[in-house]
Design a protein around this ligand. Structure first.
Ligand code: ZN
Length: 353
């Protein structure tokens, strides 16, 4: 299999330790040039859009896109993004169907896929993304692959507690109004609230205390809240139950049922357990799905406890090979299904002419 070799070639760009292809950078450009070379060798028609996204079109059904991104966080891993592009190329090359895409700047807010949907051009009719899980769920359940149900949404805000500042030595414990004690109780409540709503998480990552003296009873405490849920209904419930006013909110997006079914059936037909899970991280597939493109995501098991954004990021060659097989079969299935649905003169054929 040439996938591990190609991942190593991409990993070597930009120098170590880890993968260093931030967006924008000469290293990201070099990765795109390398991938364009592979696409050319595979006989694909290469296009670069005005935002630098790279597309390699096969002869048939190039309206179905498969891919991911080639940029990385500083000192990132071998697999994040790169696997989706390299595997997407294998799927497109072996089926002779679809287009493989490498988006720009996913790690800095999905700038490439956002620019694409914002430009008002024709979007793909389907998008499939293979990605490492970047978490421990598949490793813990002993499953090599997972079908993503959706990408979690999040809400962020702050809770502020007032008290009465006072002398730490002369104010008796009875009758104190300690703002930080109130905040501490709220932090525990935030955790318990998320635990009580299935599939949600909530985190307090920042505490600010005033006046902040070691010998002063806190008069004011502010805590940050980051709350995430796999669907809007549960996100709403979580926000209500914690009782904060979000200052920032990004809605969850669901993956397309037809894509999910194709992935599930291709996994199941290989005697592999079918596991479905939400993605706690954002992805290009989430941007396209939110823009109305039927999208599906396949996760590959991350080893090392799900370490990611680090050189310790690891997936096994066997799991990757299985994932490529499932991705390829799903692409073939979606291509033939929608051809039957839309007839021979699909928009893709017009577009290629
Ligand atoms: Zn990624």
């Amino acid at each position: 299999m040439r996938i591990p070799e190609r991942l190593e070639q991409l990993y070597a760009i930009g120098g170590g330790p880890g993968a260093n292809r931030p967006h924008p950078s000469a290293a990201e450009n070099e990765a795109h040039a390398l991938a364009a070379g592979w696409m050319g060798e595979a006989g694909l028609k290469i296009e670069v859009d005005p935002d630098g996204n790279l597309l390699g079109r096969a002869a048939g059904r190039s309206d179905i896109w498969v891919g991911s991104h080639l940029d990385t966080v500083p000192q990132g891993g071998r697999f994040d993004g790169a696997l989706g592009v390299v595997a997407g190329l294998e799927a497109v090359q072996s089926t002779g169907c679809g287009s493989v895409v490498a988006f720009r700047g996913e790690e800095v807010g999905c700038v490439g896929s956002r620019a694409l949907v914002g430009r008002g051009v024709a979007l793909p009719s389907v998008f499939l993304e293979l990605h490492v899980e970047q978490g421990p769920v598949l490793e813990q359940t002993g499953s090599p692959l997972g079908v993503v149900t959706g990408i979690v949404g999040y809400a962020r805000g702050e809770l502020v507690f007032d008290g009465r500042a006072g002398h730490a030595g002369t104010t008796p414990m009875d009758g104190r109004e300690d703002a930080l004690i109130r905040a501490a109780e709220a932090i525990v409540r935030v955790r318990d609230t998320a635990r009580a709503i299935d599939g949600t998480v909530a985190t307090v990552g920042r505490v600010e205390v005033e006046p902040g003296g070691v010998n002063v009873i806190p008069g004011r405490a502010a805590i940050s809240v980051d709350a995430r849920a796999p669907d809007s209904r549960r996100l709403e419930r979580l926000i209500d139950a914690i009782g904060f006013e979000p200052t920032q909110r990004v809605e969850p997006v669901e993956m397309n049922e037809r894509c999910r079914t194709a992935l599930r059936e291709e996994i199941g037909s290989r005697g592999v357990p079918v596991v479905e899970l939400p993605s706690g991280a954002g992805h290009d597939a989430g941007i396209l799905a939110a823009a109305g493109v039927p999208s599906g995501m396949l996760f590959v098991r991350s080893l090392n406890g799900g370490d990611s954004h680090s050189p310790d990021e690891l997936s096994s060659e066997e799991d990757v090979a299985l994932a490529v097989e499932v991705l390829t079969a799903s692409l073939r299935r979606l291509a033939s299904a929608s051809r039957r649905k839309y007839g021979r003169d699909s928009p893709a054929r017009t577009e290629q002419a």
